[in-house]
Design a protein around this ligand. Structure first.
Ligand code: SAH
Length: 394
């Protein structure tokens, strides 16, 4: 039997509008003591069923899987949900696209599966649990995944060591749940990338910048490109294909620089236009010359939590000001923030203040966000995290 959780009076409103979370403060009482990751039923103060989902100790107490009382969370459920996700990726032309076998299949709340991320890299899927419930269900999810992706996915790598709550004492180990392969080169829009799912950040690659990398390719011709915070060198490889005059990739991590060099070599062996440097962004921007007329700034999330917001905004301002100071007249700046805690407005204000500080005349060419395989559930607008601006600097 599923345990019931009763909300305080009036706290059912957000669930009635399909928001997929129940905050711990909204709970009046629980039937017994649910274990972490257990499937629970959420009811109004009057006992009316509202939703069912995974319970977890923390500020988000329940992550909703279904708003239907009659819908069981079983093997058929996972299969149905994954099939919906796959159908959508097919409908938008990503799954099955020639020359592209890299895409996000499941994007948590954006696919009505809070706590679960699945990225597809060729025949390998990398699965990440962000909730205890998804961790406990992982083998059922894998089983459904293999059915839905039959013939497409043959290996599943599980990578949740850093995304699960430490206190839950789960001690998840990263590794293959199914299959196993050394072949970790995937294709994105005709370009090859070595995906480091073993040690890389996130699931090994930042799929969320795909469309923005593709846009950059269009502007790269003849330009001197600086790809700051290059990680696996995604923007660099697209810039090279776009006909850049030179491409410099910079990251403070020497491992990232190695990955970038490797990915450039996979696509453009011995291309003298590219060089990579392991250096701190602020130091590099301070000492660099004025060779660049296309600069990418894609820093890590400066604000992981709301308390860090002030410092984060200051960080964006300083970073962008340095780029505005050095970019050539007629230059194009691609600047991003992936901090969920930073709003679009706050990010814009930081960037515009930076432009004013550097006394540059700037126009907005594009306003960017995350791509279609990272959809935003309209009932969970918090899911929109990636913000980008493409600016023309006179
Ligand atoms: N643009 C990349 C993703 C960037 S992830 C892509 O498209 O895939 C952020 C990167 O910033 C990480 O690789 C991290 O090593 C690097 N980084 C973090 N702090 C830095 C700093 N102070 N200077 C330079 N790089 C930094």
């Amino acid at each position: 039997m599923m345990r019931d959780i009763y909300l305080k009076p009036g706290k059912e409103e957000s669930l009635k509008r399909f928001h997929p979370w129940v905050f711990s403060g909204a709970i009046a009482r629980m039937e017994g003591r649910p274990r972490e990751g257990e499937l629970v039923a959420v009811r109004s103060s009057e006992g009316v069923f509202l939703a069912k989902g995974h319970f977890q100790i923390g500020s988000i107490a329940v992550r909703v899987l279904s708003f239907e009382e009659a819908e069981a969370v079983d093997g058929a459920f996972w299969e149905r949900k994954l099939r919906l996700s796959h159908d959508m990726r097919r409908a938008i032309g990503l799954a099955g696209l020639p020359g592209n076998d890299t895409y996000r299949l499941v994007h948590g709340e954006g696919d009505n599966l809070p706590g679960l991320v699945i990225d597809v890299y060729g025949h390998t899927a990398v699965m990440q649990a962000h909730s205890v419930g998804m961790h406990l269900e992982r083998m059922h999810i894998v089983e459904a995944l293999l059915k839905v992706m039959e013939g497409e996915v043959t290996s599943v790598y599980y990578k949740s060591e850093t995304t699960l709550p430490f206190k839950a004492g789960l001690q998840p180990e990263d590794g293959f749940l199914v299959g196993g392969t050394q072949d970790n080169v995937a294709m994105e829009y005709g370009l090859k990338f070595h995906i480091d799912w073993l040690k890389g950040q996130k699931t090994g690659f930042f799929i969320d910048q795909r469309e923005n990398r593709s846009l950059l390719e269009r502007y790269a011709k003849g330009r001197g490109v600086l790809n700051m915070f290059c990680y696996t060198g995604g923007f660099s490889v697209y810039a090279l294909r776009g006909g850049a005059r030179l491409v410099h990739s910079v990251d403070s991590s020497s491992k990232a620089v190695d990955l970038t060099v490797e990915n450039v070599a996979l696509n453009f062996p011995d291309d003298a236009r590219h060089a990579a440097f392991a250096e701190d962004a602020f130091k590099y921007l301070d000492r660099m010359g004025g060779d660049y007329d296309l600069i990418v700034l894609d820093p890590p999330a400066f604000a992981k939590h709301r308390d860090a917001l002030h410092n984060a905004l200051q960080g964006y301002r300083k970073l962008n000001a340095k780029a505005f100071e050095k970019i050539r007249p007629g230059g194009i700046l691609f600047t991003f923030s992936c901090s969920q805690a930073v709003t679009k407005e706050q990010f814009r204000t930081s960037v515009f203040t930076a432009a004013a500080l550097a006394e540059r005349r700037v126009r907005i060419l594009h306003q960017l966000t995350q791509p279609a395989d990272h959809p935003v559930n309209i009932y969970h607008p918090e899911g929109e995290y990636l913000k980008g601006l493409v600016l023309y600097v006179e």
